[in-house]
Design a protein. Sequence first.
Length: 83
Amino acid sequence: MKKILFIILILFITSFALPIQTSWYCQGFKLGHCEGWKEVKGPFAVCPVPPVCPVPEINKTKYKHGYNRGFIMGYKLAKDDNF
């Protein structure tokens, strides 16, 4: 009985922690996407609306991981843009 309660408690706690980490990841992704775009287009370029935040990879839920992934995606999209 104690094991079942312990497992339920762990699942309950992690259900609150994961959305917080995911929101940090998405905030970093959005900022990184804009900075990657500006790296190619110039510091005064207007950033486009970023795409939907991708699902974090395993063990990649920190702000900096989202920022890095967003930067790379924004950089690539700005390079491929023909304007």
